[in-house]
Write a protein that binds this ligand. Structure first.
Ligand SMILES: Cc1cc2nc3c(=O)[nH]c(=O)nc-3n(C[C@H](O)[C@H](O)[C@H](O)COP(=O)(O)OP(=O)(O)OC[C@H]3O[C@@H](n4cnc5c(N)ncnc54)[C@H](O)[C@@H]3O)c2cc1C
Ligand code: FES
Length: 276
């Protein structure tokens, strides 16, 4: 079931921009939030979009690295990314000092479509999948949507940004795989346990996290007849539709693939095959 939506707000043309790193907050030894000053990205980015950041002035790593826009402050002209150190590129970026100028391409990709008929948004995040969902929650709450967050992590230390959700006053359910906070188990199990709440309300789902989690959420949404948008991550090279490296299998018989950087990263779960 696909609900008609208002569609994304008109997205601005992506540009290569300079952004100054103005603040850094470490949540764990591997997770850091970077606040970056840039007028255009603060003004025009929409929830779901991402930026492609050059991580070094040298040649290695050569390719830019993609990060979801985690939040914006349109008055103060800054935006944030939430970064998990995975390999060389994220390590270099995480080590930049405040005051450093960054080379950023964006805003890229489409954005989440806001609900039209529904009044209850269910946000489901696995790990760093929370990154685009905080921005979405900040967009939804002033528009009087009721927002429920489900967020799962391996351990309690990874719940960065929880105060931001608390400030928004929304209802949330947490799960940890080691049982150190909230429900013990995977977030998809908690969603199943709470499914009665969803079916009673006029809900839409927005999810971001690892593909196996998204596949389970897709099945859940299908069985429960709840419209579901998912934000995908793939390995990317160009970030703007040229290299065709970010393909995911389409469920539309008239095409084989969709491309995460130009058709996404946000898709209706029915549009893509997540079972691989
Ligand atoms: C649209 C989009 C939004 C993203 N948003 C965020 C975000 O908000 N915060 C964040 O921390 N990360 C985000 N990522 C993932 C981030 O881009 C990668 O972690 C980063 O590019 C890794 O670079 P690296 O040089 O540190 O690691 P590399 O040395 O390039 O890779 C290290 C290892 O991680 C694997 N890997 C790299 N990228 C990915 C990926 N996208 N998915 C699965 N495995 C990968 C590689 O195969 C390799 O095994 C996003 C990715 C996409 C496509
Ligand atoms: S990353 Fe090159 S086409 Fe998507």
């Amino acid at each position: 079931m696909i609900e008609k939506t208002s569609g994304s707000l008109p997205n601005s043309v992506p540009k290569i921009l300079k952004g100054k790193l103005i603040d850094k907050v470490w949540f764990t030894p591997k997770i850091v939030r970077l606040k970056i000053a840039n007028h255009d990205l603060a003004n025009f980015s929409q929830p779901g979009q991402f930026v492609n950041v050059k991580v070094t002035d040298n040649y290695m790593p050569l390719l830019r690295r993609p990060f979801s826009i985690h939040g914006v402050n349109r008055q103060e002209k800054w935006f944030e990314i939430l970064l998990q150190v995975i390999g060389k590129g994220t390590e270099l970026l995480s080590k930049y000092q405040i005051g450093k100028d960054l080379d950023i391409f964006g805003p890229l990709g489409n954005s989440f479509s806001l609900p039209v008929r529904s009044n209850h948004a269910i946000l489901i995040a696995g790990g760093l999948g929370i990154a685009p969902l905080l921005f979405l929650a900040k967009e939804l709450t002033p528009k009087n949507f009721s927002v429920t967050l489900f967020w799962g992590n391996k351990t309690k230390e990874a719940f960065c940004s929880l105060e931001d959700f608390e400030e928004l006053g929304l209802c949330y359910f947490l799960a940890t795989e080691d049982g150190s906070l909230g429900f013990e188990g995977k977030i998809t199990e908690l969603v199943e346990l709470k499914k009665e709440n969803f079916q009673k309300s006029n809900s839409v789902i927005y999810a971001c996290g690892p593909n196996p989690m998204l596949q389970k959420i897709k099945e859940f949404a299908h069985q429960s007849q709840i419209p579901c948008q998912v934000s995908l991550e793939t390995i990317m090279a160009c970030g703007f539709g040229v290299c065709l490296g970010c393909n995911v299998t389409s469920t539309n018989i008239s095409e084989v693939y969709k491309y995460v950087c130009k058709d996404g990263p946000v898709f209706y779960s029915s549009e893509i095959d997540l079972s691989e």
